[in-house]
Design a protein around this ligand. Structure first.
Ligand SMILES: [Fe+2]
Length: 294
């Protein structure tokens, strides 16, 4: 039995005070949005309760699907590193970036410098996709974070990354591993085009051709389960979690995370999903439990 915890979109608060010279381009609208709206949504106490509850569950590994930062100020990256180290070591925690982490062009190098050990393969090689093996689990990390124009939160994988993903999934299919794809943007979403993964149709074709056992995402800040088409009439669950710092009582689901209890072999995997979330009084409790396979 392998227990994988998944959280996403911690959007660490409060936002560090920006230097005026850092408020350029998209950061201007992002900063206004933070001051007017987002700072009332993302609550450090809710995030601390989620992290404490994850640790109490003693998972074998923790996956974080991006949006540690808010407007990718330089000061958000070392602070993100401190938060990651508080969550666990780079061996025990795997990260993929979100659109708020790659908000502006220079952010990719900040993320690489500060968070690179959490976003690399087992040999320490950076780049996307990467594969990490833990027990009989293979974690495949993708990056959809690209700088976009103000008011856009779209994601993009690109031809090269999708081709490498296809080859990776195909190779792993021949091994006795449970393949977990980690991605920030959901492949299926009800949100508007300005928030979507623009090459999601190609990702879905790759999954349909080569399969996967589970896909985990964030971005929409909602509890979501969608089923992707896999090879030979199989179905692949794509599961999203709310922001891990969402204050209860807001427009979207309050802070939560998911635990996956994975067992079996490639001939018959079983995977149970357990959701745990913050209630109105701030305590974390189980919200949902269901079998995804097996
Ligand atoms: Fe987010």
């Amino acid at each position: 039995m392998f227990t994988l915890a998944h959280l996403s979109d911690p959007h660490l608060a409060p936002l560090p005070s920006p230097h005026w010279s850092e408020l350029i381009g998209k950061r201007v609208t992002g900063y206004i949005n933070w001051q007017q709206k987002r700072r009332f949504i993302h609550d450090p106490a809710a995030l601390a309760a989620i992290v404490a509850d994850i640790k109490a569950q003693k998972p074998d590994h923790i996956a974080v699907t991006g949006d540690i930062a808010n407007i990718a100020l330089p000061a958000e990256f070392p602070r993100g590193r401190d938060w990651l180290e508080g969550l666990g070591s780079a061996h025990d925690v795997t990260l993929v970036p979100g659109n708020h982490d790659i908000y502006v062009r220079e952010a990719a190098s900040f993320a690489g410098r500060q968070w690179g050990e959490y976003m690399c393969d087992d040999d320490g090689v950076s780049g996307f996709p990467f594969v990490r093996r833990r027990g009989n689990i293979a974690l495949i990390g993708l990056s959809t974070g690209v700088p976009t124009a103000p008011f856009l939160a779209t994601g993009w994988l690109g031809t090269e990354q999708l081709a490498e993903l296809a080859a990776m999934l195909n190779k792993l299919k021949t091994e006795n591993v449970f393949r977990v794809v980690l991605i920030h943007h959901p492949p299926i979403s009800q949100s508007g085009r300005q928030k979507q993964l623009l090459d999601a149709p190609v990702l879905k074709r790759v999954i349909a051709a080569h399969g996967a056992d589970l896909l985990l995402h964030g971005h929409d800040h909602l509890n979501m389960i969608n089923w992707l088409v896999g090879p030979n009439a199989t179905r692949v669950p794509a599961v999203g979690v709310p922001s891990a710092s969402a204050r209860p009582g807001g427009d979207k689901n309050s802070a939560a995370y998911n635990l996956y209890r994975i067992d079996g072999t490639s001939s018959a995997w079983s995977c149970e999903l357990i959701s745990r979330g913050v209630g109105p009084s701030g305590e974390v409790a189980q919200r949902q439990r269901l079998m995804l396979s097996g």
